[in-house]
Design a binder for this molecule. Structure first.
Ligand SMILES: Nc1ncnc2c1ncn2[C@@H]1O[C@H](COP(=O)(O)OP(=O)(O)O)[C@@H](O)[C@H]1O
Ligand SMILES: [Mg+2]
Length: 344
């Protein structure tokens, strides 16, 4: 059975202007989200996750690339004076206070998201009640104000308002990151249930790998504006093929000890204004080899539905962290590829 692809992002780039210099914060990203699927997007702070999210939903202009939703182009900033929101694409942010109006009753705010085609106050308030139930709240709370709720409940209200618009795809940017651990899990599980039951797609962005591991069907790992690895969540977790993915996972706190960054991830993410020559991870990579300073690796298959952008990935048929020496045969691409291997 093939599942319908709802969101198709192709070769997306986003630039900022900083000190009159062009900074490419997202550099040629491909991403798909299918119906009923949660795709996790992970990576350290500053790697470009929020920039990617905002450009996908049309809150930031794209420097290049395309975003397609249900087979049609998503609306794009720049075609009108103000940023435009494509109704079919909805975003949930980390802080629901920033998106909920403190002076309006939450039921009204959820109703704002309903399509205009749903007419009549009774029908609209019934739908608001249904949406509150869908996110695990009592329909009676519609008359209350945001400050009367806990952080987790406010995020549920933000989710209800998002659902009111009947989106195809929801982009959640650190949507549970501000919540305590048990509330995080509950809200993440709610999102997963909604995606499955409504057949939506969810791009779930988090710097926290454990919550992504919990709900994502597939995961994409971002480093310095690029996707460096993607694949089915279990496969990426069990057999990471990019040293950056391995390092990120080693940094996930384990039971009984505090989180510590492995030696592999010392140092900062480089400034996207001047990315390293060759592989963007070469300046921090524990397995860096001579070709890595020259060739810019592209995503290539390393397993079923599993891609990695590492010159050393898949060279032994095992993960780069299995301790065995790796062959240094550079993996090159056909000449017509979009991101040709750079030689210097
Ligand atoms: N408004 C902005 N102007 C200039 N640079 C920005 C702006 N927003 C983000 N950046 C830069 O873009 C890069 C990616 O940032 P961001 O998308 O916020 O990363 P993440 O969400 O993964 O933490 C960073 O280098 C950041 O400094
Ligand atoms: Mg962010």
């Amino acid at each position: 059975m093939t599942t319908q692809t709802l969101l198709e992002v192709r070769d997306l780039s986003v630039d900022y202007v900083r000190d009159r210099q062009l900074v490419t914060a997202v550099a040629g990203v491909d991403l798909d989200v299918r119906a009923g699927e949660v795709v996790g997007l992970v990576g350290e702070s500053g790697c470009g996750k929020s920039t990617l999210a905002r450009a996908v939903v049309g809150l930031l202009p794209r420097a290049g690339g395309t975003v397609t939703l249900d087979g049609r182009p998503a609306r794009e900033v720049g075609r009108s004076a103000r940023p435009v929101h494509d109704r079919r694409l909805q975003m949930i942010f980390q802080d629901p206070y920033a998106s909920l109006n403190p002076r309006r009753r939450v039921g009204r705010q959820i109703a704002d998201g309903l399509p205009h085609s749903l007419t009549g106050p009774a029908a609209r308030s019934a739908r608001v009640g249904d949406l509150l139930v869908a996110v695990g709240l009592d329909p009676e709370v519609a008359g209350r104000y945001p400050h009367e709720f806990s952080g987790g409940q406010r995020q549920r209200i933000a989710i209800a308002r998002t659902l009111a618009a009947e989106p195809s795809v929801i982009v959640a940017d650190e949507a549970v990151s501000a919540l305590d651990a048990s509330t995080q899990a509950q809200v993440a599980d709610l999102l997963l249930d909604l995606v499955r039951s409504l057949g939506m797609g969810l791009l779930f962005i988090s710097h926290d790998l454990s919550v992504v591991r919990r709900i994502a069907d597939r995961v994409a790992v971002m480093y310095l504006g690029r996707i460096v690895e993607s694949g089915p969540t279990a496969q990426v977790w069990d057999r990471p093929q990019h040293p950056y993915t391995s390092a990120l996972m080693a940094a996930v706190p384990r039971l009984g000890r505090d989180a510590e960054l492995p030696r592999a991830l010392t140092g900062e993410v480089p400034d996207p204004a001047s990315p390293p020559e060759g592989c963007r991870f070469s300046t921090r990579c524990p397995r860096v080899a001579a070709p890595c300073h020259v060739d810019d690796p592209v995503l290539l298959p390393v397993g079923t539905g599993h891609l990695a952008a590492c010159l050393l990935a898949g060279a032994t048929g095992a993960g780069p962290d299995d301790g065995r020496p790796l062959s240094l045969t550079p993996r090159t691409l056909p000449a017509d590829d979009r991101h040709p291997t750079r030689k210097s």
